[in-house]
Design a protein around this ligand. Structure first.
Ligand code: G
Ligand code: G
Ligand code: NA
Ligand code: MN
Length: 254
């Protein structure tokens, strides 16, 4: 299709860029990680949101080479932080179900880690709940292989998919990421505050780390800290930034 060709051409012409959004440890207040978020900066059409082009890439299979580019770039830039003298950060990369299911996925990650020299403990993969209801045995096996390498697995947009409690029962993951729709108005919306405090309590009892995304106000941050949430991410700290600006932001906070 036309869109497919456009995306392939954009990949070839280097029109994609990664932005980074800091993740902060609520106990220390320090930046301990960053989520890589892809941007398409098209010379003809300007900035195009991943919400528009990721689903197309997923349908056409282009998500595999595009996702490899994302992983390679994020791992390279995470090593560049260290080279720039900044303390090491954990880098979070979004992975689509189609990518995880590709037979070479784990081997490709091993290659990228070897090529870039990134410590696997510094890599975190964010997967949405949809991956957990596709091919359960395959997913269980891939999680195991990745975790044995030292890579952490986060479940993204937690609470918005299907079968949440049964997969908590069946899957081992490291981090639960509370979707930002539950964080919104958390201090005024009684339903949201009840849902979020229950998710945090559940995570602690089951030994998952928990991160809240979309944190926009100090009141939200205080509420989450009080509930014992481990990490936060959101406009209160910073919007996603281009690599150079992220480096500046990070070194200024140090
Ligand atoms: O930053 P924001 O508007 O840009 O991101 C929109 C959506 O796109 C989010 O759901 C995010 O998870 C997804 N997304 C951003 N970058 C990537 C990526 O590199 N791979 C995949 N699969 N999804 C991404
Ligand atoms: O689906 P995923 O969680 O990966 O998407 C992250 C999305 O949330 C990105 O589009 C990012 O730009 C956006 N985002 C990050 N922080 C905030 C925030 O504090 N408020 C809102 N409304 N969106 C945010
Ligand atoms: Na994400
Ligand atoms: Mn999310």
């Amino acid at each position: 299709t036309k869109q497919d060709l456009e995306l392939a051409k954009a990949l070839k012409n280097n029109e994609f860029k990664l932005y980074y959004q800091p993740q902060v440890d609520l106990k220390t207040g320090e930046i301990v990680g960053a989520e890589a978020l892809i941007r398409w900066i098209s010379p003809d059409k300007g900035n195009i949101s991943p919400i528009e082009f990721i689903p197309i890439a997923e349908n056409t299979g282009l998500i595999v080479p595009l996702g490899q580019w994302v992983l390679k770039t994020a791992c390279t830039q995470a090593v560049d932080w260290k080279l720039a003298g900044l303390p090491p950060l954990q880098i979070a990369v979004n992975i689509s179900a189609q990518q995880l299911e590709h037979e070479d996925f784990v081997a490709d990650i091993i290659d990228i880690l070897a090529q870039t020299g990134l410590d696997p403990k510094q890599l975190k993969l964010e997967l949405t709940e949809s991956v957990l209801v596709r091919n359960i045995n395959l997913t269980l096996e891939k999680f195991k292989q990745l975790q044995e390498l030292g890579i952490e697995i986060a479940i993204d947009d937690f609470g918005t998919g299907y079968a949440s409690l049964s997969y908590i029962q069946n899957f081992l993951f490291d981090i639960l990421k509370i979707d930002r729709c539950f964080i919104k108005d958390i201090t005024q919306n009684h339903k949201n505050s009840a849902i979020v405090s229950a998710i945090i309590r559940l995570s602690r009892q089951l030994n998952f780390k928990v991160i809240a995304e979309g944190v926009e106000t100090q009141l939200e941050r205080d509420f989450l800290a009080h509930q014992g949430c481990d990490l936060i991410q959101g406009y209160l700290i910073s919007p996603p930034l281009p690599f150079e600006q992220f480096c500046e932001f990070y070194s200024n906070r140090k």
